[in-house]
Design a binder for this molecule. Sequence first.
Ligand SMILES: CC(C)(COP(=O)(O)OP(=O)(O)OC[C@H]1O[C@@H](n2cnc3c(N)ncnc32)[C@H](O)[C@@H]1OP(=O)(O)O)[C@@H](O)C(=O)NCCC(=O)NCCS
Length: 191
Amino acid sequence: MADFRLETDRLVLRSWQAGDIERFAAVTNTPAVMRWLGGVMPPEALSATEQRVLTCHERYGHCFWLVERHDDSGPLAGEVLGFCGLKRADAPGSPIAGAMEIGWRLREDAWGQGYAKEAALASLRAAFLRFAASEVFAITVDGNADSWGLMTRLGMQRRADLDYQDPRYEPPLRDTIVYAITAEAWRAAQA
Ligand SMILES: CC(C)(COP(=O)(O)OP(=O)(O)OC[C@H]1O[C@@H](n2cnc3c(N)ncnc32)[C@H](O)[C@@H]1OP(=O)(O)O)[C@@H](O)C(=O)NCCC(=O)NCCS
């Protein structure tokens, strides 16, 4: 599968290369970033994460892309900020299994600057225009207001009818909440 690369005003979203997982983990495998994601990951979980993004890219041509700040000037120039992108929903017990799912995880010192929204807007555009998704879903838990806040800022709608329990986690991380945006709603918002 050919490499993927997408640029926004401030960011590069691209497929993963050898060594990226270490650079990614160095800045995102922290208690603050992993607070709603089951805590800091041990090395074997990190390699499983890497394997998942590589497999998703190979299979579908998209994945949770690595997000870097353009190498220009200012804080974080040229740095890995985290990931954002598109996978296929695959959580056990999920009623949206196989559907297009958008996700994000940025280093803490990149929060509050609109980087996640910038990367997510570009990912949604790719989902609808490049990968022909009919609908894009996002999942989180009720406590993760930073994440569902971004979902609402992106124009996604709460889909309580699709909420589910993820048996890999204990409550409250088990109680997954779902948001979605249809291609139709996305197109209408571009007008
Ligand atoms: C979820 C997450 C990606 C959200 O990141 P974020 O930086 O809060 O989201 P945004 O990019 O939309 O930034 C919004 C903030 O940037 C501010 N901002 C500053 N400059 C901005 C700009 N140029 N454009 C837009 N917003 C800007 C906004 O005012 C807003 O600030 P506020 O929260 O004080 O109102 C981040 O909290 C994260 O990585 N969390 C840990 C991992 C995680 O839980 N992932 C989700 C799992 S479900």
